[in-house]
Design a protein around this ligand. Structure first.
Ligand code: NAD
Ligand code: G3P
Length: 339
């Protein structure tokens, strides 16, 4: 995102946690640790000091993994200006509190910050944005004028930004697609084929819809970039860390002689550590239980990762559920059926 904004001729001050990342960006104009091979603009200057990074900010981006947001805010909030929009790009759900990134921001930041909070979601691999490939995302904010301000600030011919008012829907979709991508990666890792993947994406969409609507989000968000867009992207590309984790977990559970046919992740341990769907699957399990929402695919991912259930058994269990109608009639309209 820093590179994209810099491509508009805007100066970007980028805070990074690791000293080697700061060094690499400032000396080589590349983030060799996290985004090797993507040349970065000289308009990006990295620093290890949050105070320095935000001192002249007209727009703030917060892009760190969801599990660290609350702690990061606790340590850095006093340095953050409240008069400028703060846009969060993180996609996950906090494990214990079951909060989305926006809900964490609202809880952890004083009220004066709240009016200018926004989130960006949608199909957006960092690597593709970094090299300027065409990308479209959704910016959601409670105040649509804030979303429009961010839309204008970020949009280019190659980077379309749509506005939306459904913050909760956009965020839940972004979090859930990571869990579903693990399931799709696993299915592909077993060589279950394209039919199975398409079914997982479609029934995954049904799970997303049920949770989003139950939490007060809009069903229309599901058909948008944050919903279908990001779900299709993440569930079908090994550029996704979540998909790769599922793929590698399946490949690892195959007998030696079958493994050679499957793609293996070179970065399994790193993907496992950073793929948001790993921790979010526990949060989704708890949230679905709390709200009484049926989410069998997400539940299968939770059972494999957090309960140690054999991955093939979990996928087979999905196939063995009772047969039923695809949609139910509910208050005069057809909606996704519960299982
Ligand atoms: N990478 C993408 O393509 C992409 C695209 C859209 C949204 N996102 C979302 O952005 C968020 C960040 O993803 P990412 O790919 O930039 O990072 P990542 O998932 O690769 O994680 C590594 C980053 O986490 C930071 N980190 C590690 N421990 C930390 C701590 N204790 N406190 C603060 N930061 C810490 C590291 O400094 C590093 O920048 C995630 O929620 C992800 O879902 C990522
Ligand atoms: O690599 P992933 O699986 O974290 O996905 C990255 C982005 O969220 C895709 O939109």
């Amino acid at each position: 995102m820093a590179n994209h904004v810099a491509s508009k001729g805007i100066f970007v001050s980028l805070w990074a946690r690791e000293e080697e990342v700061v060094q690499s960006i400032n000396s080589k104009h590349e983030n060799s640790t996290f985004l090797a091979g993507v040349p970065l603009s000289e308009k990006i200057v990295a620093t290890g000091s949050v105070a320095e990074a935000v001192s002249e900010a007209e727009l703030l981006f917060l892009i760190i993994p969801t599990p660290f947001i609350a702690k990061w805010l606790e340590q850095n909030q006093p340095m953050l200006p409240w008069q400028v929009p703060l846009v969060c790009f993180s996609k996950g759900i906090e494990q214990q509190s079951l909060r989305t990134p926006y809900e964490i921001l609202v809880d952890e930041l004083p009220g004066k910050y709240h009016a200018k909070l926004a989130v960006v979601s949608g199909p957006s691999f960092a690597k593709e944005i970094g090299v300027g490939l065409p990308t479209s995302v959704t910016c959601a904010a409670q105040d649509i004028e804030v979303a429009k301000q961010i839309q204008l600030a970020l949009a280019t011919r190659n980077f379309r930004v749509y506005t939306a008012a459904d913050v909760i829907g956009a965020e839940l979709c972004g979090a859930l697609k990571n869990v579903l991508a693990i399931a799709c990666g696993a299915s592909d890792g077993f060589g279950f084929g394209a039919n199975a993947r398409a079914a997982l994406i479609t029934r995954g969409l049904a799970e997303m819809t049920r949770l989003v609507v139950k939490k007060g989000g809009k069903a229309s968000t599901i058909t948008g970039l944050a919903g279908v867009g990001d779900l299709v992207l993440t569930c079908s590309s090994s550029l996704s860390r979540n998909y790769s984790v599922g793929q590698a977990m399946a490949a690892r559970s195959l007998p030696e002689d079958k493994r050679k046919d499957q793609k293996q992740s070179n970065n399994f341990n790193r993907d496992l550590a950073v793929a948001e769907g790993v921790k979010t699957s526990l949060a989704v399990h708890l949230l679905a239980e709390k709200l009484g929402v049926e989410m069998p695919i997400c539940e299968a991912v939770y059972e494999v990762i957090h309960k140690g259930i054999d991955i093939k058994t979990a996928l087979r269990k999905l196939q063995d559920r009772p047969l039923r109608a695809e949609h139910d009639e509910y208050q005069g309209t057809w909606v996704w059926s519960a299982l």
